[in-house]
Write a protein that binds this ligand. Structure first.
Ligand code: ADP
Ligand code: MG
Length: 458
Protein backbone atom coordinates (compact mmCIF):
# COMPACT_ATOMS: atom_id res chain seq x y z
CA UNK A 1 0.00 0.00 0.00
CA UNK A 2 1.29 3.46 -0.82
CA UNK A 3 -1.07 5.97 0.72
CA UNK A 4 0.41 9.46 0.90
CA UNK A 5 -0.59 12.12 3.40
CA UNK A 6 -1.53 14.68 0.76
CA UNK A 7 -4.54 12.58 -0.25
CA UNK A 8 -6.16 13.84 2.94
CA UNK A 9 -7.48 17.27 3.93
CA UNK A 10 -4.43 18.05 6.05
CA UNK A 11 -2.97 21.58 6.09
CA UNK A 12 -0.18 22.14 3.55
CA UNK A 13 2.25 23.28 6.26
CA UNK A 14 1.84 19.99 8.12
CA UNK A 15 2.42 17.95 4.95
CA UNK A 16 5.65 19.77 4.05
CA UNK A 17 6.96 19.15 7.53
CA UNK A 18 6.10 15.44 7.26
CA UNK A 19 8.35 15.19 4.24
CA UNK A 20 11.12 16.86 6.24
CA UNK A 21 10.58 14.32 9.02
CA UNK A 22 10.89 11.50 6.50
CA UNK A 23 7.24 10.47 6.83
CA UNK A 24 6.67 9.87 3.14
CA UNK A 25 3.83 7.38 3.33
CA UNK A 26 1.11 6.68 5.84
CA UNK A 27 1.45 3.57 7.94
CA UNK A 28 -1.64 1.30 7.75
CA UNK A 29 -3.09 2.56 11.05
CA UNK A 30 -2.64 6.16 9.88
CA UNK A 31 -4.22 5.47 6.48
CA UNK A 32 -7.27 3.89 8.09
CA UNK A 33 -7.80 6.13 11.08
CA UNK A 34 -6.95 9.63 9.79
CA UNK A 35 -10.00 9.90 7.50
CA UNK A 36 -12.22 8.89 10.46
CA UNK A 37 -10.56 11.41 12.79
CA UNK A 38 -10.73 14.23 10.22
CA UNK A 39 -14.44 13.48 9.73
CA UNK A 40 -14.78 14.14 13.51
CA UNK A 41 -16.01 10.64 14.28
CA UNK A 42 -15.22 8.58 17.35
CA UNK A 43 -12.63 5.87 16.78
CA UNK A 44 -11.24 2.70 18.30
CA UNK A 45 -7.93 1.80 16.73
CA UNK A 46 -5.95 -1.31 17.49
CA UNK A 47 -2.48 -1.73 16.06
CA UNK A 48 0.71 -3.12 17.47
CA UNK A 49 3.45 -1.08 19.14
CA UNK A 50 5.57 0.87 16.69
CA UNK A 51 2.85 1.12 14.05
CA UNK A 52 2.67 4.94 14.15
CA UNK A 53 -0.39 5.51 16.34
CA UNK A 54 0.98 8.76 17.80
CA UNK A 55 1.17 10.50 14.44
CA UNK A 56 -2.28 9.12 13.56
CA UNK A 57 -3.98 11.05 16.36
CA UNK A 58 -1.31 13.77 16.48
CA UNK A 59 -1.89 14.82 12.86
CA UNK A 60 -5.62 14.50 13.37
CA UNK A 61 -5.71 16.79 16.39
CA UNK A 62 -3.33 19.30 14.82
CA UNK A 63 -5.47 19.46 11.67
CA UNK A 64 -8.66 19.98 13.65
CA UNK A 65 -7.16 22.61 15.92
CA UNK A 66 -8.19 26.26 15.71
CA UNK A 67 -4.98 28.00 16.77
CA UNK A 68 -6.67 31.40 17.10
CA UNK A 69 -8.89 30.10 19.91
CA UNK A 70 -6.48 29.92 22.82
CA UNK A 71 -8.40 27.29 24.82
CA UNK A 72 -7.75 23.65 25.72
CA UNK A 73 -9.17 21.97 22.62
CA UNK A 74 -7.55 18.53 22.86
CA UNK A 75 -6.57 16.31 25.76
CA UNK A 76 -4.40 13.22 25.37
CA UNK A 77 -4.26 10.75 28.26
CA UNK A 78 -1.27 8.38 28.54
CA UNK A 79 -0.48 5.71 31.15
CA UNK A 80 2.92 7.03 32.27
CA UNK A 81 4.90 10.24 32.43
CA UNK A 82 7.51 8.92 30.01
CA UNK A 83 4.87 8.09 27.41
CA UNK A 84 3.17 11.45 27.90
CA UNK A 85 6.51 13.21 27.31
CA UNK A 86 7.11 11.18 24.16
CA UNK A 87 3.64 11.93 22.82
CA UNK A 88 3.92 15.65 23.61
CA UNK A 89 7.27 15.82 21.85
CA UNK A 90 5.94 14.00 18.79
CA UNK A 91 2.98 16.42 18.62
CA UNK A 92 5.38 19.40 18.89
CA UNK A 93 7.53 17.95 16.11
CA UNK A 94 4.53 17.32 13.87
CA UNK A 95 3.15 20.79 14.55
CA UNK A 96 6.35 22.82 14.44
CA UNK A 97 5.30 24.66 11.28
CA UNK A 98 2.11 25.97 12.92
CA UNK A 99 2.93 29.17 14.77
CA UNK A 100 2.09 29.80 18.41
CA UNK A 101 0.82 26.33 19.12
CA UNK A 102 0.98 25.50 22.82
CA UNK A 103 1.34 21.88 24.00
CA UNK A 104 1.48 21.35 27.77
CA UNK A 105 2.23 18.14 29.68
CA UNK A 106 0.61 17.50 33.07
CA UNK A 107 1.98 14.40 34.77
CA UNK A 108 2.33 13.05 38.26
CA UNK A 109 5.71 12.57 39.91
CA UNK A 110 6.66 16.22 39.40
CA UNK A 111 5.77 19.24 41.56
CA UNK A 112 2.29 20.68 41.26
CA UNK A 113 3.11 24.38 41.57
CA UNK A 114 4.86 25.01 38.24
CA UNK A 115 1.99 23.24 36.47
CA UNK A 116 -0.46 25.74 37.97
CA UNK A 117 1.67 28.55 36.54
CA UNK A 118 1.78 26.96 33.08
CA UNK A 119 -1.97 26.41 33.13
CA UNK A 120 -2.53 30.08 33.88
CA UNK A 121 -0.66 30.88 30.66
CA UNK A 122 -3.05 28.63 28.75
CA UNK A 123 -2.62 25.83 26.19
CA UNK A 124 -4.25 24.34 23.09
CA UNK A 125 -3.28 20.75 23.72
CA UNK A 126 -2.77 18.98 27.04
CA UNK A 127 -0.97 15.65 27.31
CA UNK A 128 -0.98 14.00 30.71
CA UNK A 129 -1.41 11.04 32.99
CA UNK A 130 -4.88 10.34 34.39
CA UNK A 131 -4.12 10.88 38.09
CA UNK A 132 -2.63 14.34 37.73
CA UNK A 133 -5.23 15.47 35.17
CA UNK A 134 -7.96 14.43 37.60
CA UNK A 135 -6.29 16.43 40.39
CA UNK A 136 -6.20 19.56 38.25
CA UNK A 137 -9.82 19.11 37.25
CA UNK A 138 -10.96 18.66 40.85
CA UNK A 139 -8.95 21.69 41.96
CA UNK A 140 -10.37 23.72 39.07
CA UNK A 141 -6.94 24.61 37.72
CA UNK A 142 -7.79 22.81 34.44
CA UNK A 143 -11.05 23.46 32.62
CA UNK A 144 -12.32 21.35 29.74
CA UNK A 145 -15.35 23.44 28.74
CA UNK A 146 -13.93 24.00 25.24
CA UNK A 147 -12.61 20.49 24.75
CA UNK A 148 -13.29 19.16 21.25
CA UNK A 149 -11.13 16.05 21.17
CA UNK A 150 -10.15 13.50 23.77
CA UNK A 151 -7.54 10.81 23.06
CA UNK A 152 -6.92 7.72 25.20
CA UNK A 153 -3.51 6.45 24.18
CA UNK A 154 -2.34 2.97 25.22
CA UNK A 155 -5.78 2.29 26.67
CA UNK A 156 -4.83 -1.30 27.46
CA UNK A 157 -1.96 -0.16 29.68
CA UNK A 158 -4.10 2.44 31.41
CA UNK A 159 -6.61 -0.28 32.31
CA UNK A 160 -3.81 -2.60 33.40
CA UNK A 161 -2.58 0.12 35.74
CA UNK A 162 -6.03 0.43 37.27
CA UNK A 163 -6.93 3.86 35.87
CA UNK A 164 -10.51 2.94 34.86
CA UNK A 165 -12.18 4.83 37.78
CA UNK A 166 -9.93 7.85 37.22
CA UNK A 167 -10.89 7.94 33.53
CA UNK A 168 -14.58 7.80 34.49
CA UNK A 169 -14.06 10.70 36.85
CA UNK A 170 -12.22 12.78 34.23
CA UNK A 171 -15.11 12.26 31.79
CA UNK A 172 -17.50 13.96 34.18
CA UNK A 173 -15.52 17.18 33.55
CA UNK A 174 -15.50 16.87 29.75
CA UNK A 175 -18.27 18.09 27.44
CA UNK A 176 -20.58 15.30 26.22
CA UNK A 177 -20.46 16.53 22.63
CA UNK A 178 -16.72 15.90 22.24
CA UNK A 179 -14.96 13.56 19.81
CA UNK A 180 -13.18 10.63 21.49
CA UNK A 181 -10.40 8.42 20.11
CA UNK A 182 -9.12 5.25 21.75
CA UNK A 183 -5.78 3.70 20.76
CA UNK A 184 -4.50 0.38 22.00
CA UNK A 185 -1.99 -2.30 21.06
CA UNK A 186 -4.04 -5.13 22.51
CA UNK A 187 -7.74 -5.52 23.00
CA UNK A 188 -8.59 -7.15 26.35
CA UNK A 189 -12.29 -7.50 27.18
CA UNK A 190 -12.34 -4.54 29.57
CA UNK A 191 -11.56 -2.17 26.69
CA UNK A 192 -14.98 -2.95 25.25
CA UNK A 193 -16.55 -1.75 28.50
CA UNK A 194 -14.44 1.38 28.61
CA UNK A 195 -15.23 2.13 24.97
CA UNK A 196 -18.97 1.75 25.36
CA UNK A 197 -18.91 4.13 28.33
CA UNK A 198 -16.78 6.83 26.72
CA UNK A 199 -17.29 6.64 22.95
CA UNK A 200 -20.30 7.24 20.73
CA UNK A 201 -20.80 5.01 17.68
CA UNK A 202 -17.08 4.51 17.20
CA UNK A 203 -15.58 3.37 13.91
CA UNK A 204 -13.25 0.45 14.44
CA UNK A 205 -9.87 0.13 12.84
CA UNK A 206 -7.93 -3.07 13.43
CA UNK A 207 -4.56 -3.58 11.85
CA UNK A 208 -3.87 -7.28 11.98
CA UNK A 209 -0.31 -8.16 12.76
CA UNK A 210 0.47 -11.13 10.59
CA UNK A 211 -0.22 -14.12 12.81
CA UNK A 212 -0.18 -17.23 10.74
CA UNK A 213 1.27 -20.65 11.13
CA UNK A 214 4.51 -19.09 9.93
CA UNK A 215 4.97 -16.89 12.99
CA UNK A 216 4.89 -19.92 15.30
CA UNK A 217 7.77 -22.28 15.07
CA UNK A 218 6.87 -25.83 16.11
CA UNK A 219 9.35 -28.36 17.38
CA UNK A 220 8.85 -31.97 18.28
CA UNK A 221 10.92 -33.91 20.81
CA UNK A 222 10.95 -37.63 21.46
CA UNK A 223 11.12 -38.56 25.16
CA UNK A 224 10.84 -41.67 27.31
CA UNK A 225 8.78 -41.99 30.45
CA UNK A 226 7.80 -39.36 33.05
CA UNK A 227 11.44 -38.72 34.01
CA UNK A 228 12.34 -38.11 30.38
CA UNK A 229 9.48 -35.66 29.94
CA UNK A 230 10.42 -33.74 33.05
CA UNK A 231 14.04 -33.50 32.02
CA UNK A 232 13.04 -32.32 28.55
CA UNK A 233 10.89 -29.53 30.03
CA UNK A 234 13.79 -28.36 32.18
CA UNK A 235 16.19 -28.45 29.24
CA UNK A 236 13.85 -26.41 27.06
CA UNK A 237 13.12 -23.82 29.76
CA UNK A 238 16.78 -23.39 30.66
CA UNK A 239 17.85 -23.29 27.04
CA UNK A 240 15.28 -20.74 25.83
CA UNK A 241 15.05 -18.74 29.10
CA UNK A 242 11.50 -17.51 28.34
CA UNK A 243 10.04 -14.65 30.40
CA UNK A 244 6.60 -16.27 30.31
CA UNK A 245 5.91 -19.85 29.37
CA UNK A 246 2.97 -22.19 29.57
CA UNK A 247 3.32 -25.95 30.02
CA UNK A 248 0.25 -27.99 29.08
CA UNK A 249 -0.66 -31.24 30.83
CA UNK A 250 -3.72 -33.37 30.24
CA UNK A 251 -4.75 -33.98 33.88
CA UNK A 252 -4.92 -31.97 37.09
CA UNK A 253 -2.81 -34.50 38.88
CA UNK A 254 -0.07 -34.32 36.27
CA UNK A 255 -0.17 -30.51 36.36
CA UNK A 256 0.48 -30.45 40.07
CA UNK A 257 3.21 -33.11 39.87
CA UNK A 258 5.06 -31.28 37.10
CA UNK A 259 4.76 -27.92 38.88
CA UNK A 260 6.02 -29.44 42.14
CA UNK A 261 8.96 -31.09 40.41
CA UNK A 262 9.92 -27.87 38.59
CA UNK A 263 9.59 -25.93 41.81
CA UNK A 264 11.97 -28.33 43.54
CA UNK A 265 14.38 -27.84 40.66
CA UNK A 266 14.44 -24.08 41.30
CA UNK A 267 11.93 -22.76 38.77
CA UNK A 268 9.53 -19.89 39.35
CA UNK A 269 6.43 -21.98 38.67
CA UNK A 270 2.83 -22.57 39.74
CA UNK A 271 0.10 -24.96 38.67
CA UNK A 272 -3.26 -23.86 37.31
CA UNK A 273 -6.03 -26.44 37.36
CA UNK A 274 -9.58 -27.04 38.46
CA UNK A 275 -8.75 -28.24 41.97
CA UNK A 276 -7.55 -24.81 43.09
CA UNK A 277 -9.59 -22.44 45.23
CA UNK A 278 -10.82 -19.41 43.30
CA UNK A 279 -8.59 -17.15 45.37
CA UNK A 280 -5.42 -19.15 44.65
CA UNK A 281 -6.36 -19.30 41.00
CA UNK A 282 -6.82 -15.50 40.81
CA UNK A 283 -3.52 -14.87 42.57
CA UNK A 284 -1.68 -17.24 40.26
CA UNK A 285 -3.11 -15.45 37.22
CA UNK A 286 -2.18 -12.05 38.65
CA UNK A 287 1.42 -13.13 39.13
CA UNK A 288 1.70 -14.75 35.73
CA UNK A 289 0.21 -11.71 34.01
CA UNK A 290 2.48 -9.27 35.83
CA UNK A 291 5.57 -11.31 34.93
CA UNK A 292 6.59 -12.11 38.47
CA UNK A 293 6.03 -15.81 37.73
CA UNK A 294 7.85 -17.47 34.82
CA UNK A 295 6.18 -20.81 34.28
CA UNK A 296 2.56 -21.83 34.49
CA UNK A 297 1.65 -25.51 34.27
CA UNK A 298 -1.97 -25.76 33.21
CA UNK A 299 -4.76 -27.96 31.91
CA UNK A 300 -6.63 -26.83 28.80
CA UNK A 301 -9.75 -25.98 30.76
CA UNK A 302 -7.92 -23.93 33.37
CA UNK A 303 -5.90 -22.04 30.75
CA UNK A 304 -9.04 -20.99 28.92
CA UNK A 305 -9.50 -17.73 30.81
CA UNK A 306 -5.88 -16.76 30.43
CA UNK A 307 -5.49 -13.39 28.74
CA UNK A 308 -1.78 -12.85 28.25
CA UNK A 309 -0.40 -10.81 25.38
CA UNK A 310 3.02 -12.36 24.95
CA UNK A 311 3.98 -15.93 25.73
CA UNK A 312 7.49 -16.74 24.58
CA UNK A 313 7.13 -20.46 24.79
CA UNK A 314 4.42 -23.09 24.95
CA UNK A 315 5.42 -26.62 25.91
CA UNK A 316 3.14 -29.57 25.39
CA UNK A 317 4.22 -31.83 28.23
CA UNK A 318 1.63 -34.17 26.82
CA UNK A 319 0.24 -33.78 23.32
CA UNK A 320 -3.40 -32.75 23.18
CA UNK A 321 -5.99 -35.41 22.32
CA UNK A 322 -7.17 -33.61 19.20
CA UNK A 323 -5.81 -31.23 16.59
CA UNK A 324 -8.12 -28.38 17.49
CA UNK A 325 -6.90 -28.31 21.09
CA UNK A 326 -3.30 -28.52 19.88
CA UNK A 327 -3.80 -25.56 17.53
CA UNK A 328 -5.45 -23.58 20.28
CA UNK A 329 -2.57 -24.28 22.68
CA UNK A 330 0.21 -23.28 20.34
CA UNK A 331 -1.74 -20.20 19.19
CA UNK A 332 -1.04 -18.68 22.58
CA UNK A 333 2.58 -18.07 21.72
CA UNK A 334 3.76 -15.57 19.11
CA UNK A 335 1.04 -13.02 19.73
CA UNK A 336 1.41 -9.35 18.86
CA UNK A 337 3.36 -10.13 15.72
CA UNK A 338 6.25 -11.74 17.55
CA UNK A 339 7.72 -15.06 16.59
CA UNK A 340 6.46 -17.77 18.93
CA UNK A 341 7.81 -21.17 19.81
CA UNK A 342 5.81 -24.29 20.59
CA UNK A 343 7.65 -27.41 21.77
CA UNK A 344 5.82 -30.73 21.91
CA UNK A 345 7.01 -33.84 23.72
CA UNK A 346 5.95 -37.27 22.57
CA UNK A 347 6.83 -40.88 23.23
CA UNK A 348 6.23 -44.04 21.28
CA UNK A 349 2.63 -44.36 22.46
CA UNK A 350 1.86 -40.84 21.13
CA UNK A 351 2.84 -41.48 17.54
CA UNK A 352 -0.76 -41.57 16.35
CA UNK A 353 -1.31 -38.07 17.82
CA UNK A 354 1.72 -36.79 15.96
CA UNK A 355 0.35 -38.28 12.75
CA UNK A 356 -3.02 -36.63 13.42
CA UNK A 357 -1.43 -33.20 13.80
CA UNK A 358 0.86 -33.67 10.83
CA UNK A 359 -2.17 -34.41 8.64
CA UNK A 360 -3.30 -30.84 9.21
CA UNK A 361 -0.01 -29.13 8.53
CA UNK A 362 1.44 -28.13 5.19
CA UNK A 363 4.90 -29.18 6.33
CA UNK A 364 4.89 -32.05 8.84
CA UNK A 365 6.56 -31.53 12.23
CA UNK A 366 10.16 -32.63 12.20
CA UNK A 367 11.67 -34.32 15.20
CA UNK A 368 14.29 -32.07 16.78
CA UNK A 369 17.14 -32.92 19.14
CA UNK A 370 16.85 -31.70 22.72
CA UNK A 371 19.42 -29.18 24.00
CA UNK A 372 22.59 -30.82 25.36
CA UNK A 373 22.46 -32.04 28.96
CA UNK A 374 24.99 -29.39 30.08
CA UNK A 375 22.17 -26.89 29.74
CA UNK A 376 20.80 -28.31 32.99
CA UNK A 377 23.67 -26.53 34.78
CA UNK A 378 22.23 -23.17 33.76
CA UNK A 379 20.01 -21.22 36.11
CA UNK A 380 16.25 -21.44 35.73
CA UNK A 381 14.79 -18.32 34.07
CA UNK A 382 14.33 -15.51 36.60
CA UNK A 383 11.14 -13.45 36.25
CA UNK A 384 11.90 -9.78 35.46
CA UNK A 385 9.34 -8.51 37.94
CA UNK A 386 8.50 -9.10 41.58
CA UNK A 387 4.99 -8.81 42.97
CA UNK A 388 4.20 -6.85 46.10
CA UNK A 389 0.99 -7.24 48.02
CA UNK A 390 -0.46 -4.31 49.99
CA UNK A 391 -2.96 -4.65 52.82
CA UNK A 392 -5.29 -1.94 51.55
CA UNK A 393 -7.57 -1.65 48.52
CA UNK A 394 -10.64 0.06 47.11
CA UNK A 395 -12.49 0.07 50.43
CA UNK A 396 -9.62 2.02 51.97
CA UNK A 397 -9.86 4.43 49.01
CA UNK A 398 -6.47 3.35 47.68
CA UNK A 399 -6.07 4.16 43.99
CA UNK A 400 -3.58 3.01 41.35
CA UNK A 401 -2.39 6.60 41.04
CA UNK A 402 -1.56 6.66 44.77
CA UNK A 403 0.63 3.59 44.38
CA UNK A 404 2.38 5.04 41.33
CA UNK A 405 2.84 8.32 43.22
CA UNK A 406 4.40 6.64 46.25
CA UNK A 407 6.72 4.50 44.12
CA UNK A 408 7.97 7.37 41.96
CA UNK A 409 8.26 9.85 44.86
CA UNK A 410 12.03 9.69 45.07
CA UNK A 411 12.83 9.21 41.36
CA UNK A 412 14.53 5.89 42.11
CA UNK A 413 11.67 4.17 40.29
CA UNK A 414 10.29 5.56 37.03
CA UNK A 415 6.62 5.39 36.12
CA UNK A 416 7.18 3.16 33.14
CA UNK A 417 9.08 0.61 35.22
CA UNK A 418 5.99 -0.10 37.29
CA UNK A 419 4.11 -3.16 36.11
CA UNK A 420 0.52 -4.18 36.48
CA UNK A 421 -1.43 -2.79 39.42
CA UNK A 422 -4.49 -4.74 40.60
CA UNK A 423 -6.83 -3.28 43.17
CA UNK A 424 -8.98 -5.63 45.23
CA UNK A 425 -11.50 -4.61 47.87
CA UNK A 426 -9.08 -4.90 50.79
CA UNK A 427 -5.77 -5.50 49.06
CA UNK A 428 -3.72 -4.49 46.09
CA UNK A 429 -0.94 -6.01 44.01
CA UNK A 430 1.74 -4.17 42.16
CA UNK A 431 4.59 -5.53 40.04
CA UNK A 432 7.97 -3.82 40.22
CA UNK A 433 11.34 -4.67 38.64
CA UNK A 434 12.91 -7.49 40.66
CA UNK A 435 16.07 -5.41 41.18
CA UNK A 436 14.01 -2.65 42.82
CA UNK A 437 11.96 -4.84 45.10
CA UNK A 438 13.51 -3.59 48.37
CA UNK A 439 13.26 0.10 47.57
CA UNK A 440 9.70 -0.34 46.28
CA UNK A 441 8.73 -2.10 49.50
CA UNK A 442 10.26 0.72 51.57
CA UNK A 443 8.57 3.47 49.55
CA UNK A 444 5.17 1.83 49.86
CA UNK A 445 5.50 0.91 53.56
CA UNK A 446 6.55 4.47 54.37
CA UNK A 447 3.01 5.41 53.55
CA UNK A 448 0.58 6.26 50.81
CA UNK A 449 -1.40 9.48 51.32
CA UNK A 450 -0.11 9.66 54.89
CA UNK A 451 -1.33 6.17 55.76
CA UNK A 452 1.19 3.48 56.74
CA UNK A 453 0.75 0.22 54.84
CA UNK A 454 1.79 -3.36 55.27
CA UNK A 455 3.61 -4.49 52.15
CA UNK A 456 5.15 -7.87 51.47
CA UNK A 457 6.50 -9.86 48.57
CA UNK A 458 3.95 -12.24 47.23
P1 ADP B 1 2.97 3.38 18.36
O1 ADP B 1 2.38 4.50 19.18
O2 ADP B 1 1.98 2.77 17.42
O3 ADP B 1 3.66 2.35 19.20
P2 ADP B 1 4.74 5.43 17.41
O4 ADP B 1 3.69 6.44 17.16
O5 ADP B 1 5.57 5.60 18.62
O6 ADP B 1 4.10 3.98 17.41
O7 ADP B 1 5.65 5.37 16.09
C1 ADP B 1 6.75 4.51 15.95
C2 ADP B 1 7.84 5.14 15.10
O8 ADP B 1 7.43 5.29 13.75
C3 ADP B 1 8.25 6.53 15.57
O9 ADP B 1 9.64 6.58 15.60
C4 ADP B 1 7.68 7.46 14.50
O10 ADP B 1 8.50 8.61 14.38
C5 ADP B 1 7.70 6.60 13.27
N1 ADP B 1 6.65 6.92 12.28
C6 ADP B 1 5.33 7.16 12.54
N2 ADP B 1 4.65 7.39 11.41
C7 ADP B 1 5.53 7.30 10.38
C8 ADP B 1 5.42 7.41 8.96
N3 ADP B 1 4.26 7.67 8.36
N4 ADP B 1 6.55 7.25 8.23
C9 ADP B 1 7.73 6.99 8.83
N5 ADP B 1 7.90 6.85 10.16
C10 ADP B 1 6.82 7.00 10.95
MG1 MG C 1 2.06 4.79 21.19
Amino acid sequence: MSATFNQLPIAEALITNLTDLGYLQMTPVQAESLPVILAKKDLIAQAKTGSGKTAAFGLGLLSLLDVKRFRVQSLVLCPTRELADQVANEIRRLGRTIHNIKVLTLCGGVPFGPQLGSLEHGAHIIVGTPGRIEEHLVKGSLKLDDLELLVLDEADRMLEMGFAPTLDKIMTFAPKSRQTLLFSATFPKQIEQLASALLTNPTRVTIESAHTELSISQQLFKVQGAAGRLQAVQLLLKHHQPTSSLVFCNTRRECQDVADALHDAGFSVLALHGDLEQRDRDQTLIRFANRSLSVLVATDVAARGLDIAALDLVINYQLAHDVETHTHRIGRTGRAGQQGLACSLFDQADEFKVALINDELATPLQETALPALEVLNKLAPVPPMACLQIDAGKKQKLRAGDIVGALTREQSIQGDEIGKIQLGDDNAYVAVPRAKLKIAQQLLSAGVKGRKLRVWQF
